[in-house]
Design a protein around this ligand. Structure first.
Ligand code: ADP
Length: 632
């Protein structure tokens, strides 16, 4: 019985887009249909590994053009679809790519780039060229056959049909030609061949079409007689997986096209890593770093490389092949050393997979090191988008990867215009400088204005500027680079002043014990109050002991770890006039001290970017003091 069903609203919107499409790349519909066909064959093949009755001797994808009736038919002998699958896969938008595409279209009504190429828009893209589509399909899973038919408007129909063969046949009734667009050329032999070569050359199954062959003219033929022809079914894709070819047999352009086609990107990758390994373990890998993170980048579950064994597709997004911090890398691994029926669970334990994964990781990191050395500009571009991943990689697992990642990190610094590596920092260290200094700040000015920078500025030491949330965590895990310790400008002892001076300050601390004690009483939230060994100009600043810093406290509290608080130490510049005046005031009238101590502390907090907990009290105290000075 024939049933008619309505398309869901969002599917309809996508269909409208396709039907009214103004895009020039309508031709991609063929790539999409072939890729669906190839996926369907993969699925049938996979099923047949455990159930041989589902196997097929000769998988193929057939493209047939009927010029008289203006139809283009794509037939595969893949898994087919059940009735339910027709409804859920073709009647609704199944794929996240299509949804994403829709969203992008809505945000950007007149997209400048051809964004169709960016997303796998799948089956629906056929409506760019077809006014009606019939899908005949017989499911390998339940043996039923159906016809799905739609004109891409409000609804579609589904009815049972008789069919001998498993698989799917898609008949496109081409749209009428218009002045701008000639749809007939999709029926031409050369066009079909061209499109298959361009987009689907590496599809692993033969893509066949009828090709005109010229026969010998009969002996008695006249010169003007046409050469007789016949049609032959010909495989028009090369099928040899590009990754199986030897590295020096493949051009960069071929690799780029393969990448764009396979991973739905419209830009060439930043870099391609082609690995052919033979020996104890034999495998080929093709790895790409996209120019811009592709849309599924943020989703941690989406990571993984495709896994093939002996050229047969096994698994998409195999997580065990790549560590999480490299999840932006797209690509595939083909190994002859794995059984075809390997399951996801078995993969985790498989020694060959573990070895390949270790090698793949090493290859990627050495390619990045090469890029950093030979093409700094490209590396910087890479680092803009992906640097944060490397930083997380370094920080995670208690720094297990720190040795392989530390030389790939670049950070801004006070004295340099471009980001530098730790090695470059070290090379330019000033005489007598023992440590690597860093500060958290959005730019150079912000860091230069920090009171804690007083002494460092005088010494002209360079300071790494940390901008990403993960930076400080990463440095703490790293702890040191090549014998130099990382020191935050507002943590612990910077070791910037000489012993004599240090001693003087310690003595002063002794002699002004009462005052410091009184201040401590007034500021119970301070872990300690000390005379600073890092201030020159500023009256006071905050610091923390080594360990948890203010910046880390902020990051952790965003992650709901509000209990993690950095210890606050108020550092006072004993040579500053304010301190001297405060001391006098204290001697005259000890009760005035708490107010001044709080003011000083609040200022230090503000300079650290921490707002006072009681702004009103702060403001009142300020006003009171203003009145005092104005009335004098
Ligand atoms: P996708 O990008 O997921 O392929 P499509 O809209 O092209 O999105 O197709 C939706 C779903 O319909 C596919 O994921 C697949 O399950 C099914 N499908 C499409 N074409 C075929 C086919 N030729 N054979 C079997 N199933 C198919």
């Amino acid at each position: 019985m024939k049933e008619t069903k309505k398309f869901k609203t969002e599917t309809k919107r996508l269909l409208d887009m396709m039907i009214n499409s103004i895009y020039t790349h309508k031709e991609i519909f063929l790539r999409e249909l072939i890729s669906n066909a190839s996926d369907a064959i993969d699925k049938r093949h996979y099923l047949s590994l455990t159930d041989t009755s589902k196997a097929c001797d000769e998988y193929q994808i057939l493209i047939e053009a009927d010029r008289a009736n203006r139809t283009l038919t794509i037939t595969d002998n893949g898994i087919g679809m059940t009735k339910e699958e027709l409804v859920s896969h073709l009647g609704t938008i199944a794929k996240s790519g299509s949804k994403e595409f829709l969203e992008q279209i809505q945000n950007d009504k007149a997209p400048e780039v051809d964004i169709i190429g960016q997303f796998g828009v799948g089956f629906y893209s056929a409506f760019m060229v077809a006014k009606k589509i019939d899908v005949f399909t017989k499911s390998v899973e339940d043996g039923t056959a159906h016809r799905f038919s739609s004109e891409g408007l409000e609804s579609y129909s589904i009815e049972p049909v008789e069919s001998e063969v498993y698989g799917t046949k898609i008949v496109l009734y081409l749209r009428d030609n218009t002045e701008e667009e000639n749809y007939d050329h999709f029926l031409e032999e050369y066009e079909i061949k061209e499109l298959v070569k361009k987009y689907s050359d590496y599809v692993r199954y033969p893509i066949k079409t009828w090709v005109t062959k010229y026969d010998e003219k009969p002996a008695d033929a006249k010169e003007d007689d046409e050469t007789p022809t016949h049609l032959e079914l010909e495989t028009i894709n090369s099928m040899i997986p590009i990754w199986k070819k030897n590295k020096n047999e493949v051009t960069e352009e071929e690799l780029n096209n393969f990448y764009k086609n396979k991973f739905m990107d419209y830009q060439d990758p930043i870099t391609t890593i082609h690995v052919n390994v033979e020996g104890m373990l034999t495998y080929n890998a093709l790895l790409f770093i996209p120019k811009k993170p592709i849309y599924d980048f943020g989703d941690r579950n989406e990571r993984g490389l495709q896994l093939y064994t002996k050229g047969v597709f096994i698994l998409d997004k195999c997580k065990d092949l790549i560590p999480e911090y490299l999840r932006f890398v797209k690509g595939l691994v083909d190994s002859a050393d794995l059984p075809l029926n390997i399951s996801r669970e078995m993969l985790q334990e498989d020694r060959a997979i573990k070895k390949i994964a270790t090698n793949v990781e090493k290859k990627i990191l050495s390619e990045l090191a090469r890029m950093l050395k030979n093409d700094r500009e490209k590396y910087e571009e890479f680092f803009n988008d992906y640097g944060v991943n490397l930083k997380y990689g370094l920080y995670e697992e208690y720094g297990a990867k720190k040795d392989s990642l530390k030389d790939l990190i670049i950070l801004s610094s006070l004295n340099e215009d471009k980001r530098i590596t730790f090695a470059e920092y070290k090379e330019k260290m000033k005489e007598g400088q023992k440590d690597i200094y860093y500060a958290v700040g959005k730019d150079k000015d912000a860091v230069l204005n920090l009171p804690q920078m007083d002494l460092i500025k005088n010494k002209e030491y360079d300071v790494l500027i940390l901008k990403d949330d993960v930076d400080e965590f990463m440095l703490q895990v790293l702890a040191e680079y090549d014998g130099c310790h990382f020191k935050s400008i507002n943590q612990g002892d910077l070791g910037l002043i000489d012993e004599e001076e240090s001693k003087k300050i310690d003595e002063m601390k002794e002699s002004k014990k009462d005052l410091l004690e009184a201040m401590k009483q007034a500021l119970p939230e301070c872990k300690d109050i000390v005379f600073s060994k890092r201030l020159v100009e500023a009256p006071c600043c905050l610091s923390t002991p080594d360990g948890l810093s203010f910046e880390m406290e902020r990051v952790l509290s965003q992650q709901n770890h509000r209990e993690m608080k950095a210890d606050r130490i108020l550092e006072i510049n004993p040579n500053h006039e304010v301190f001297k005046a405060m001391e006098q005031a204290y001697q005259k009238d000890a009760t005035s001290l708490p107010k001044y101590a709080k003011l000083l502390y609040t200022q230090a907090l503000i300079m650290e970017g921490i707002l006072p907990t009681d702004p009103k009290e702060f403001s009142n105290t300020l006003c009171e003091l203003m009145m005092l000075s104005l009335n004098q």
